[in-house]
Design a protein around this ligand. Structure first.
Ligand SMILES: *Cc1c(COP(=O)(O)O)cnc(C)c1O
Length: 404
């Protein structure tokens, strides 16, 4: 297959929403309507010769669910269709998707350039690879020149999330992918926050997309899952050997739950983005709020870029409270959290239930004050992951602590 050809998808001409409910389905002889759930660890063969052909790869077919299962394949084919990818491999979690990419791409003595604003466990994973001789340099997401300056002869991978967490900064995928291409470096984008419903990085210069399907793809906080998407060659040669050997595989049951999640992805994202915009506008008008970070607001420094790259602003909103010093800013932020009766107090995101968190004392606590300052995570900063509740109830919840 040519590097840019998509595999034959009988639904290729149909809209995103149609493919989200129908892509990847292969009906069995029973003619079931819903996607079947294949809870089986292994598959049987009709003869010794067939067993040999399946194991050698001469014959297509399922062998063992560590690396092949029909329900998992339906999920992979559906997500590949939505991201516009040649191929997809599902993994047990978002972190195992990232692990599989790092293991498949870099070796001792090689180098990664990563956005400084990545998910905490992702940076910890990259740092852990220091043990195996892989170095990582962290650069500001929005500074394409800094990405270029960080390139070494041994750099193999660029890694970023856009929008970033928690400040919703936007990476210029055109600019950063141009740098990557010039140096023959693989650009990997974690598309967890936007999902393919809002942006498809492979069509904007990325080589590989990773997902934590635990977040918006499930969307209802039930299971962990992840995925890696890219060219057939990349998936077959770099990721499949890791998955097949190390086994951080998505379970068939979780794949089935995630398929149900994909069915409602576009309607959830559309409504959650609309709710987030409404909450963000309301927050901008509150006297106790110093600043609101949301790509859908005209006040966002990269609003124009976000409009070009994403079909909506996403469902993550961060805001900074006014405070005379760190202690009073933290007290004000905690007061807002403690005034909430509807919002869940948790660091998780992507659920239809809205959540609120104080990054400085939770998700970004372990990186220390120095790194927090560099990342722009102050004591007065709060992060919302807006769900499907009535937005007026969300604003009323936040209003209690803000008024105090
Ligand atoms: C949660 C998250 C991950 C890790 O995913 P898990 O499914 O929890 O392993 C990676 N990237 C981002 C942006 C996340 O939010």
């Amino acid at each position: 297959m040519n590097e840019h050809d998509l595999p034959h998808d009988p639904l290729a001409d149909l809209g995103f929403e149609t493919r989200a409910v129908r892509a990847g389905i292969e009906r069995t002889q029973f003619g079931e309507h819903a996607e079947p759930l294949f809870l089986t660890s292994s598959f049987v063969f009709t003869s010794a010769a067939q067993a040999a052909a399946r194991f050698s790869g001469d014959e297509e077919g399922f062998v063992y669910s560590r690396f092949s299962n029909p329900t998992v394949r339906t999920f992979q084919d559906r997500l590949a269709s939505l991201e516009g990818a040649q191929a997809c491999l599902a993994t047990a979690s978002g972190m195992s998707a990232i692990l599989a990419v790092v293991m498949g791409v870099v070796k001792g003595g090689e180098h990664i350039v990563s956005s400084a604003g990545v998910f905490g466990a992702t940076a910890q994973l990259f740092n852990m690879f220091g043990r195996y001789g892989v170095q990582t340099t962290y650069v500001p997401l929005t500074d394409a020149a800094a990405w270029e300056a960080a390139v070494r002869p041994e750099t193999k991978m660029f890694y970023l999330e856009t929008p970033s967490n928690p400040l919703t900064e936007i990476a210029d995928l055109d600019a950063i992918s141009a740098v990557a291409r010039r140096h023959g470096i693989l650009l990997v984008v974690d598309n967890c926050f936007s999902t393919p419903a809002l942006q498809q990085p492979l069509s904007q210069g990325a080589d590989v997309v990773v997902h934590s399907a635990t977040k918006y793809i499930d969307g209802q906080g039930r299971v962990l899952g992840g995925a890696v998407l890219g060219s057939q060659k990349f998936i077959d040669e770099c990721v499949l050997p890791v998955l097949r050997t190390a086994g951080p595989t998505l379970s068939a049951f979780n794949a089935w739950v995630l398929l149900k999640g994909l069915e409602t992805l576009s309607v959830r994202m559309e409504k959650q983005c609309a709710n987030a915009l409404e909450v963000a506008r309301w927050l901008e008008a509150q006297p106790g709020v110093a600043r609101v970070f949301y790509p859908g607001l005209e006040s966002h420094p990269q609003h124009a870029l976000a409009r070009r790259q994403q079909s909506a602003g996403g469902a993550i909103v961060a805001f900074e409270l006014k405070g005379a010093d760190d202690a009073s800013a933290r007290a004000a932020a905690w007061r807002v959290i403690d005034g909430c009766r509807v919002l869940s107090i948790t660091g998780n995101l992507g659920d239809v239930k809205s959540t609120i968190t104080h990054p400085a004392s939770t998700t970004h606590h372990r990186i220390g004050p120095e790194a927090r300052r560099a990342a722009g995570v102050g004591e007065g900063l709060l992060r919302l992951a807006v769900g499907l509740e009535n937005p007026a109830d969300i604003c009323a919840d936040l209003g209690r602590g803000l008024a105090a």
